[in-house]
Ligand binder design. Structure first.
Ligand SMILES: Cc1cc2nc3c(=O)[nH]c(=O)nc-3n(C[C@H](O)[C@H](O)[C@H](O)COP(=O)(O)OP(=O)(O)OC[C@H]3O[C@@H](n4cnc5c(N)ncnc54)[C@H](O)[C@@H]3O)c2cc1C
Length: 577
């Protein structure tokens, strides 16, 4: 596997010119936080990602995490040390609340930083990512006492967090879960049941694990209305925050997976485990929904992050590997495959999709920031709708693109791509889970069509389509097709709309991707024209030119597949037989 280089210029460009970091810097919540030093922060994170975390990716895949006879999970060599360095630099805390030890940065900066750690080692990055989900849940719904007890150690990273939703009969259908919680005389609960597929449910990198568990109290209503949320720590914690006895929650098995081998996917048994209720009984589902947006964005980020690394690796391979000849190849020599037009096409396709994903995800995160931090309530509401609309697209479209780009990375390698030794296949194997967990991509498409499109009579989508109009003719065509598809979906609710949900989501993802690529191309063109390449330096001029090339390629060669999806969106349920 080739080394990872943090793409600091690309990240800074997307933050500034697509996500509008400078606008966020003017919002009072962030005007004093030092957003003008974001690039230093990115460089520091990039160093850790490149030098410390990226080298653990290959060994992590080969060794995997292992469950020993005592129920302890041993992580691969180097993981504990890498995690210590990660938390020593405070990377779990970037966007967390300063009141509990967080740094209070906007989410979009956190997302940009997490992109690098995820590219460096996706399996590793899942551990702090799950902690972030637990932090988000407790920040929004925990009592003040619970926040003081659990948040500081989660935010510092000395403890990690998990989410325990899935059971064998309750995957997408979370309402079918049966884990039981019974109130005890002292106000705590005891929980019994079995959870499966729990990411980083047990490991040796932290002193304690704070499990967020969904369970059902006796006499709770059936389905999602009867679910409650509990904090169930691995080690019990006394009133002074000191670790006490081991709680009755254990890992009883690890799954053998296609990829992310270093991320332990645990079967967890709760056998009278002590838990604390979060909020009120039966509020578990709405509580989960508030943290899902961030979790979905961070899973979408996995698509981008793996694509970035797969592209870097394919580019390095294509420069080395020689096959065939070009008109200027010396007699008897072979040309690097990177010189063949079809290989250049594959590499550019990978790069353009990667840049489009980055633009969409950062835009989505910045909308969430505007929704939480902007002083004007009307602006906050609009931004909230924008973030809600984009979230299922970020999750599903980016994770599908991640698999596609990683697969192209294998193709660039030829036969060696199919041989594990190169590492190209690991990117593809790792990326394949992201369309499945955190709500399958099919469920995201249903969310988009059935819940997000009807909001405010379709106003959020209409506003987005209007903003995307008038920049580029291929983009206008795609926007027109999305508008037509949305009208058709609105007139055909029920199974007809559900049958077209996934092609509609793909269409919208391709189109928003087109919008951010059109903006990137325009901006780079303007910067090049204004910046006199001699003054900016040859590297900067190359960077701007490359941005224009990938923008044009996306708009001419990738975006036209969006309007082509219109018949698939509008064919209705009868087309499915
Ligand atoms: C490696 C890994 C890590 C995971 N980590 C966690 C974790 O940390 N915590 C946790 O709680 N869970 C975790 N999960 C579970 C994951 O979230 C579920 O696997 C996922 O939600 C899908 O559930 P399922 O596997 O039961 O598939 P199913 O729900 O059985 O889905 C099978 C297929 O049917 C489709 N489908 C299902 N219902 C519908 C419907 N109503 N309409 C249309 N299509 C439908 C799905 O889209 C999918 O294509 C993890 C899973 C894996 C594999």
């Amino acid at each position: 596997m080739s080394p990872y280089n943090a793409p600091l210029n690309d990240i800074a460009f997307a933050l500034r010119h697509i996500a509008g970091l400078d606008e966020l810097a003017e919002i009072p919540a962030w005007s004093n936080i030092g957003l003008d030093h974001t690039e230093d922060l990115l460089a520091e994170a990039g160093r850790l990602a490149t030098e410390v975390i990226a080298p653990t990716n290959r060994t992590g895949d080969q060794t995997g995490s292992v469950l020993n006879g005592n129920g302890d999970v041993v992580t691969p060599e180097g993981f504990r040390q890498a995690y210590q360095q990660y938390i020593n630099s405070g990377w779990t805390a970037v966007s967390a609340d300063p009141e509990h030890g967080g740094a209070g940065f906007p989410l979009v900066v956190d997302v940009a930083i997490q992109e690098m750690f995820t590219s460096a080692n996706m399996a590793f990055s899942l551990c702090p990512m799950l902690s972030q989900s637990a932090i988000g849940t407790l920040s929004a719904h925990g009592s003040l006492e619970q926040q003081h007890r659990w948040l500081p150690s989660l935010i510092s990273g000395t403890w990690t967090g998990t989410m325990l939703l899935t059971e064998p009969q309750a995957g997408s259908d979370v309402g079918a879960l049966t884990t039981r919680a019974e109130l005890q005389a002292d106000g705590t609960y005891k929980l019994w049941g079995q959870k499966i597929f729990i990411t980083w449910g047990e490991h040796d990198m932290a002193d304690n694990i704070v499990h967020c568990v969904l369970a059902r109290t006796p006499d709770a209503p059936v389905g999602t209305r009867g679910i409650s949320l509990f904090i169930v720590p691995k080690m019990l914690v006394d009133d002074h925050g000191k670790l006490g006895e081991r709680n009755a929650i254990r890992c009883i098995g690890l799954e053998h997976k296609v990829g992310i081998h270093a991320s332990p996917t645990c079967v967890m048994e709760l056998d009278g485990a002590v838990g604390e209720l979060v909020g009120e009984e039966n509020e578990g589902m709405p509580q989960m929904f508030t943290m899902m947006n961030k979790a979905r964005l961070l899973v979408g980020l996995e698509g981008l992050a793996v694509a970035e690394r797969a592209h870097q690796q394919a580019t390095a391979f294509a420069a080395e590997r020689r096959q065939g000849r070009r008109s200027d190849t010396e007699p008897g020599a072979q040309a690097p495959i990177a010189e063949h037009p079809d290989v250049r096409r594959m590499l550019l396709d990978m790069r353009a999709r990667t840049e489009a994903m980055r633009g969409l995800l950062y835009l989505n995160a910045a909308a969430a920031d505007q929704a939480s931090g902007h002083p004007d309530p009307a602006h906050r509401q609009q931004a909230h709708h924008r973030a809600e609309l984009l979230t299922p697209v970020s999750k599903a479209w980016c994770t599908d693109q991640g698999v596609e780009v990683a697969s192209l990375g294998i193709q660039v390698h030829g036969g060696m791509g199919y041989i594990e030794e190169t590492g190209a296949a690991q990117h593809w194997r790792d990326s394949r889970i992201a369309p499945i967990y955190e709500g399958t991509n099919g469920i995201q498409a249903i969310d988009l069509v059935a819940r997000k499109l009807p909001v405010d009579n379709g106003a959020p989508l209409a506003a987005l389509l209007e903003e995307m109009t008038g920049l580029d003719k291929n983009l206008d065509q795609a926007v027109g097709a999305v508008a037509e598809a949305a009208r058709w979906l609105g007139k055909h609710p029920g199974d007809d709309a559900l049958a077209g949900a996934t092609p509609f989501l793909q269409m919208l993802g391709l189109t928003v991707g087109g919008w951010v690529m059109a903006q990137a191309g325009d901006t780079a063109g303007r910067l090049e024209a204004a910046g006199r390449p001699e003054a900016a330096g040859p590297q900067q001029a190359d960077f701007w030119r490359a941005k224009q090339v990938s923008s044009r390629f996306y708009l001419d060669q990738i975006l036209p597949t969006a309007p082509a999806l219109l018949p698939a969106v509008t064919s209705g349920a009868s087309a499915l037989g």
